[in-house]
Design a protein around this ligand. Structure first.
Ligand code: MN
Ligand code: MN
Length: 464
């Protein structure tokens, strides 16, 4: 039957982002396969340091060598550089000269979590605990009654670096924060949700048995846990003063749903973009423009600190690249394009009121291009130009990438920021692109495999 004029007009003048599962069901299997490696990456990298180590191993396996400013490189060569064990940069040299600009992709590998305080061990009523200080934006009540694993490093007095990882291996003990039983929660139920658990209530149980001795000991349960830590790691209480220990959910990445279409895991913000960016970097063969893939730290606390994007470490890397190629670094920066690769809040039908449906991203509709983030009228946002939106959309459309647009929630509901503004401060064109996430910043975040796969495809198109 012929289409009516109205039907034809509707087709020509309006648009809708398709559901990938309906539009390209053949991608379901491809996405499934791609996400096997992603789940492994999530399980092997639950801290920024572990992600750097994992990424470096993957890069080295693919022939990347440490960046050496005294060497010269030709198109197709691959190098990487680690910043203080917590951030990593990787480059594939392009066919075009550096002054034509770089193609940059910046994701972050730090995630919200509970850090140990510098003096964390204490005993109360025959229970031994760790005191924690949360890192990044968490909804504190979500972190009780969840099995936690202990990850990090301790620098011993001798200078020896002690790696800590308890709670991940089969048979390992885990740790836990308690919450009240409903029977006795009358007062707690009257608290506002944000105070459901307070910061100083995020105390982690680490033991309950005493060290038995003929002498009367002051804190025998604390002593017993310290003895067990000493047996296991050779550390004393004072060693925590030279440590970075993070408590993270102990659960491994799992498939969610009978159709296994969703991945549930801790730390997908923003290791989902880190992994897809890394895979696109590795798969870049003789790209037109030189690539700079950045996996950064500290985004969740505002990118401050010298392993975050609000420091000059990326600029210095680009300066080194430019100097080596006798290129003007300002010209390099001015002509560069960067994807600030970070997750966005997927529309959640259960909490529809905080979203604006026409400008939200949805799971299974592909990676989300986010023109601006920010709060109260785009404050703190990079707000990418229409020209850059056009360029990035054209790149994705050319390669058949499924993508959508999205804002971070409805106006006046809150908001947030990404690394984009720090990249823009270097005089680089930058726009946010990433994966829609449900339950973002919770101990168990959800992403769709089809979206993860299409984000990888977008990054690959960008590095052509
Ligand atoms: Mn993020
Ligand atoms: Mn975040």
């Amino acid at each position: 039957m012929d289409k009516t004029i109205g039907q034809t007009l509707q087709e020509e003048l309006t648009f809708k982002f398709p559901h990938i599962g309906k539009d390209a069901p053949e991608q379901i299997g491809e996405a499934e396969q791609f996400c096997t490696g992603y789940k492994r990456f999530l399980d092997n990298g639950k801290t920024e340091r572990e992600c750097v180590r994992e990424a470096a191993a993957m890069l080295e396996m693919q022939g990347y060598v440490p960046f050496d400013t005294t060497k010269s490189y030709k198109a197709g060569d691959k190098v990487y550089q680690i910043n203080r064990g917590k951030a990593i940069l990787a480059t594939t040299f392009g066919r075009e000269g550096l002054e034509k600009g770089l193609r940059m992709n910046g994701a972050h590998i730090d995630s919200p979590r509970l850090d140990l305080k510098p003096n964390p061990v204490y005993e109360k009523n025959d229970l031994a605990y760790f005191k924690t200080h949360y890192y990044g934006g968490i909804r504190k009540y979500q972190w009780a009654t969840v099995p936690l694993a202990m990850h990090g490093v301790i620098i011993k007095k001798s200078g020896e670096v002690m790696e800590v990882n308890i709670g991940e291996k089969e048979g390992d003990p885990v740790f836990c924060i308690t919450d009240l039983l409903p029977h006795l929660a009358a007062d707690q139920n009257d608290r506002k949700l944000g105070d459901g658990l307070k910061g100083e209530e995020l105390n982690v149980i680490i033991g309950s048995l005493p060290f038995n001795d003929e002498a009367e000991l002051k804190e025998p349960v604390k002593l017993m846990t310290l003895k067990l830590l000493h047996d296991r790691l050779g550390i004393t209480e004072a060693d925590f003063l030279r440590a970075e220990i993070e408590l993270v959910p102990a659960q491994k990445a799992s498939d969610v749903g009978l159709d296994r279409s969703i991945i549930g895991a801790y730390g997908q913000d923003d290791r989902v973009c880190a992994y897809t960016a890394l895979m696109a970097e590795i798969d870049a063969v003789n790209p037109e423009y030189t690539t700079v893939t950045v996996l950064a730290d500290k985004e969740e606390i505002g990118s401050d600190g010298n392993t975050g994007l609000n420091s000059h470490f990326v600029l210095h890397y680009i300066e080194d690249l430019a100097e080596m190629a006798h290129a003007n670094v300002r010209t390099v920066l001015r002509n560069s394009i960067c994807l600030s690769s970070d997750v966005n809040a997927a529309y959640d039908p259960t909490f529809a009121s905080v979203y604006e449906e026409r400008n939200s991203c949805y799971i299974n509709k592909g990676c989300v291009l986010t023109k601006y983030t920010g709060v109260r009228g785009k404050a703190g946002s990079n707000d990418a130009s229409a020209e850059l939106m056009a360029k990035v959309i054209a790149m994705m459309d050319k390669e058949g990438v499924y993508w959508q647009i999205g804002e971070l929630g409805a106006v006046d509901q809150g908001g947030g920021g990404t690394i984009a503004k720090y990249v823009a401060a270097m005089d680089v064109d930058v726009v946010d692109l990433g994966v829609p996430i449900l339950s973002m910043h919770s101990p168990f975040e959800l992403s769709s495999k089809l979206d993860v796969y299409n984000t990888y495809k977008a990054f690959r198109a960008f590095y052509k």
